[in-house]
Design a protein around this ligand. Structure first.
Ligand code: SF4
Ligand code: SF4
Length: 379
């Protein structure tokens, strides 16, 4: 079988942040030490090889980059300082751009200027939108967001945005599915996808394979950020009418308030831990920070902090401060959602569990094939 070689792969990956892969002399230490590498799916040495040889198709069809959670054990043990953990991280950025049919993810990951401009433009549009589209009758006696931006209108805009984001993300996930499943994409009967559906839910919610890494703290921090962010997303997009209440302040034990407090704690703890780690370069995953890593952490912290301020100005019943902070909050939160979910850092939350799930589907199908074939022959 012929293998297509693209001599530009190494250079291309350098645009995504690759630095030290050229130093690798293939001793295999990294693969031996990786707690998540298995005989069926070995990594990370194999990827350094693919990159050095320019085997773009192999990279595109491989599930392994999504099996790595970037614990950094391999980078600590690499005798050449080739940072294989970082190579896997960069490969995930590269794959995210290859799955994305719009080409936007590529621009986002390879141009800091484009990233800042895109976020600024979306933020500006949101600010102008909120200033133009409001009732024009603010309540200056009490802090009432609904008096300016009725929750029904915001809910409608939220659902529209969620529909567009879902379409973009799911169409990219579909491309990921086709690359990873290869020839089996349309051969595997639906029953196998149903049989393994629980794996998809399990990996999405718990990221349990990350917990098999030696650095458990990293798993916990990742889980806190993910669950905190997802809770807020659900509160403001799906359950907004129960979340944005003006007249009725819920009791402190109300479930909506408890979920809000959990999300605030989880995001603030997780992002502060990650920011300090990246500033100090305290462990391999924090050694090389890509501009998109910083942008994501900054936007998430700003969104949460402005959310906390709004919570207090509403409790204190300060109308002007509440309306002003709300505009700032939306100008930070919407660009983060619109750009990060389908095109950048957040997309991995979809790709990783999907790929783990597809591997299970494939394994079950391949395991049952000989048995089914022999039953057919006997009949
Ligand atoms: S990345 Fe480092 S540990 Fe891994 S094979 Fe290359 S030299 Fe060896
Ligand atoms: S970073 Fe951790 S999970 Fe990823 S390849 Fe290295 S050892 Fe394995």
């Amino acid at each position: 079988m012929s293998v297509k070689v693209d001599p530009n792969v190494m250079k291309d990956l350098e645009a995504f942040g690759l630095k030290d892969a050229k130093k690798c002399y293939h001793c295999g230490n990294c693969t031996a030490i990786c707690p998540l590498s298995t005989p069926e799916n070995q990594f990370p040495r194999k990827f350094v090889r693919y990159i050095q040889l320019g085997q773009k198709d192999k990279i595109l069809q491989s599930p392994e980059p999504w099996l790595c959670y970037y614990c950094g054990d391999c980078s600590l043990k690499c005798p050449r300082g080739a940072d294989p953990g970082e190579t896997m991280m960069v490969t995930r950025r590269y794959l995210t751009s290859l799955y994305d049919w719009t080409g936007f993810a590529r621009k986002f990951y390879t141009s800091e200027r484009f990233e800042i401009m895109a976020i600024s433009i979306v933020a500006l549009l949101v600010g102008i939108g909120l200033l133009v589209f409001n009732t024009g009758k603010p309540d200056w006696q009490h802090a009432s967001l609904n008096s300016l931006w009725p929750k029904e209108n915001i809910e409608l805009a939220d659902l529209g945005m969620a529909a567009v984001l879902s379409f973009l993300l799911l169409s990219n996930v579909f491309r990921c599915f086709r690359f990873v499943m290869g020839d089996l994409a349309y051969k595997v009967p639906f029953k196998y996808y149903m049989d393994q559906a629980k794996e998809l839910i399990l990996h999405t919610v718990t990221q349990k394979r990350f917990n098999e890494c030696t650095d458990r703290k990293q798993w916990l921090v990742h889980l806190l950020i993910m669950t905190g962010y997802s809770s807020v997303f659900l509160l403001v997009v799906v359950f907004l009418r129960w979340f944005q209440r003006d007249q009725e302040i819920y009791s402190i034990w109300h479930p909506v308030r408890l979920v809000g407090y959990y999300a605030t704690f989880a995001i603030m703890y997780g992002t502060t831990y990650a920011i300090i780690g990246r500033l100090r370069k305290s462990k391999p995953p924090y050694k090389n920070s890509h501009p998109t890593d910083w942008m994501f952490l900054i936007l998430l912290q700003l969104t949460t902090m402005t959310g906390i301020f709004i919570h207090f100005t509403r409790l204190l019943d300060w109308p002007f401060a509440t309306y002003f902070l709300y505009v700032i909050h939306m100008m930070v939160a919407i660009p983060m959602l619109v750009l990060e979910v389908p095109f950048a850092k957040w997309a991995h939350l979809a790709y990783r569990p999907v790929v783990l799930y597809l591997l299970k589907v494939k394994a079950q199908y391949q395991q049952e094939q000989p048995a089914e074939a022999s039953v057919a022959v006997a009949a």
